[in-house]
Design a protein around this ligand. Structure first.
Ligand code: PEP
Ligand code: MG
Length: 569
């Protein structure tokens, strides 16, 4: 058995199709004159762009608009003037187009892969994909065509590019195994969107698994079983049936309200990072958007989006939501989120530095542009504004004052804008938890960001394996913090939601119901499972579980207890 990271749930059984990266052989020096070689490069880049647009079209139909956007980043990069200029210069110096591109991309890859930030490291994969794809165009080498794969195929590769993934027919591909990648690689995101079981980070997979061998991919546990015994095949087939049955069962909840067994109603919203996520949120059964991470509009581009571009993005999202609520979080950069187009100073402790609202209040010119765009879009639908990383009342007041300033500017310019816009805050810092009573007097709603809150409450870096045991929403300290925030918010009569990953952890559902949470905001893929989990509990049962869980002293005890309670419910 081989083991890796489980990145897309489910069990797949089938025969291996090995996608070996053909080595691209090319000469270092150009055989043509510089102008002819530059033209050869230009044509190859253009052919690449055409092919990628076709891939995007296919992905739009198979996985959805937001996933197709992954290729949009490749397209943008392939037209980046500084990249093209650098390649041209190396060609002028005598390099072949392939070698020039390799050298320029190699530089970017080195810089990006050395970054401590996950998203920036992911960009190294994008540059690598782009480089090989244009080199293939230059050399006339065809990419592996997975569209021809027969039913019951398990794809095995060192890495899978987004372009190869775009060709996948999820009816035929039973599973995916890759040596590289992680939970947030593009191939993993796409595997989840397509509903194909996948395991990545499997060392030696491409050399250990023979073409046509029968294998089992366990995308729930992260196992790859080769040469399985008949009884193993039977056992996995049973697990596959159970998994598919569970998926069918939750489809029942698609157009239902989110109700506990005893009738209490909750809001079940989606987290999105691009306007295109809005329609997918509704298709998945979401009741609106509880978190639009607008920092993604600022990433992978040389200049920040102007007011008009932001206005169009927010207006589009509201239109696609057809009257459903949209909570837009203002720019949340700093910490682990970089945006090359903004000035983010290097800091010794970026997670304790100029992050989220702190950065925006120091860069009012950038913040005001966003606030103006939000106020203008506010006339088009049910829009709410949410401030990230708030730790003091002053931050909320200053942000509100800037919102008033932006409104006054728009009025003076005769531009239509909304009068009142609900302003809520994310509860992500211990300071916000401890001053929740005061904050609740001036905020229109709370949304708990457990991804950060867990790290700050436990004083542990979620990225460090040395302390990863501490990073858990089931730590007693975190549970007490959650209960307090919900209590204080509800006492003041404001809605209190949760939009961190913990909202989709079904073991926590009874606790959140019992605490009095008013809404969950999760990724589109988790909507139905959360609605089904909420429906399994009465308020009284949830209260009982919460009482028992809060009486426990350690995370391990809480985890074991909640796991058991969720299994029995
Ligand atoms: C959070 O911290 O829980 C959250 C939702 O914000 P982000 O993951 O974008 O930091
Ligand atoms: Mg956060």
């Amino acid at each position: 058995m081989l083991h890796g990271t489980a990145v897309s749930e489910g069990i797949g059984l089938g025969r291996v199709m090995l996608l070996e990266e053909s080595r691209l052989v090319y000469r270092e020096e150009r055989a043509n004159g510089a102008p002819a070689e530059r033209e050869r490069f230009r044509q190859a880049a253009e052919a690449y762009r055409q092919r990628t647009r076709a891939h995007m079209e296919r992905l739009r139909h198979s996985a959805g608009e937001e996933d197709a956007q992954i290729l949009e980043a490749h397209l943008e990069m392939s037209g980046d003037p500084s990249l093209l200029e650098q390649v041209g210069e190396l060609i002028d110096q005598g390099k072949s187009a392939e070698a020039a591109l390799q050298e320029v991309c190699g530089g970017y890859i080195q810089v990006f892969s050395a970054s401590g930030d996950e998203l920036t490291r992911r960009r190294a994969e994008d540059v690598q994909d782009l480089c090989r794809a244009i080199q293939r165009e230059l050399l006339g080498v065809e990419e592996a065509d997975v569209r021809q794969a027969p039913k019951g195929t398990v794809l095995v590769a060192k890495e899978l590019s987004a372009a190869v993934m775009a060709g996948i027919d999820s009816d035929n591909i039973a599973g995916i195994v890759t040596e590289g990648g992680g939970m947030t690689s593009h191939s993993s995101i796409l595997a989840r969107a397509l509903g194909v079981p996948a395991v990545c980070g499997v060392e030696g997979a491409a050399s250990r698994l023979a073409s046509q061998a029968f294998v089992i991919v366990d995308g729930t546990r992260g196992d790859v079983i080769f040469t399985p015994k008949p009884e193993e095949i039977e056992a996995y087939q049973r697990r596959q049936d159970a998994f598919l049955e569970k998926r069918r069962r939750v489809r029942y909840f698609l157009h239902k309200k989110t109700l506990a067994k005893s009738g209490e109603e909750f809001k079940l919203l989606c987290n999105i990072s691009m306007p295109s996520g809005a329609s997918r949120a509704l298709e998945a059964g979401g009741e609106g958007v509880g978190l639009f991470r607008t920092e993604y509009l600022f990433m992978n581009r040389p200049h920040p989006p102007c007011e008009e571009e932001q206005y169009r993005a927010y207006a589009q999202t509201l239109r696609d939501l057809k009257g459903r609520p949209l909570t837009i979080r203002t720019l949340d950069v700093g910490g682990d989120k970089e945006a090359a187009c903004l000035e983010l100073a290097r800091e010794e402790n970026p997670f304790l530095g100029l992050r989220g609202i702190r950065w925006c209040l120091k860069h009012r010119d950038v913040f005001l542009v966003q606030l103006r765009a939000l106020l203008r879009a506010g006339v088009l639908g049910d829009l709410r504004v949410m401030l990230p990383m708030v730790s003091t009342l002053e931050e909320l007041r200053e942000a509100r004052a800037l919102l008033d300033q932006a409104r006054a500017q728009l009025k003076a310019e005769g531009l239509p804008c909304v009068g009142g816009l609900p302003v809520g805050i994310m509860i992500e810092t211990p300071a916000a938890v401890l001053s929740a009573a005061a904050l609740a007097r001036e905020a229109d709603f709370f949304s708990i960001g457990t991804n950060d809150l867990v790290g700050y409450v436990m004083a542990c870096d979620r990225g460090s394996p040395q302390v990863s045991g501490l990073y858990s929403p089931m730590q007693p300290a975190v549970l007490h913090a959650l209960r307090e925030v919900v209590r204080l918010g509800r006492e003041r009569g404001i809605p209190v939601g949760l939009c961190g990953e913990a909202a989709a952890d079904l073991r926590l559902t009874p606790l959140l119901i019992s605490f009095g949470l008013t809404g969950f905001s999760v990724s589109a893929a988790s909507v139905l499972a959360v609605r089904a989990a909420v429906a399994r509990w009465t308020k009284a049962e949830a209260d009982q579980v919460a009482r028992a869980a809060l009486a426990l002293g350690t995370e391990a005890e809480v985890r074991a207890y909640l796991g058991q309670a969720a299994g029995e419910a």
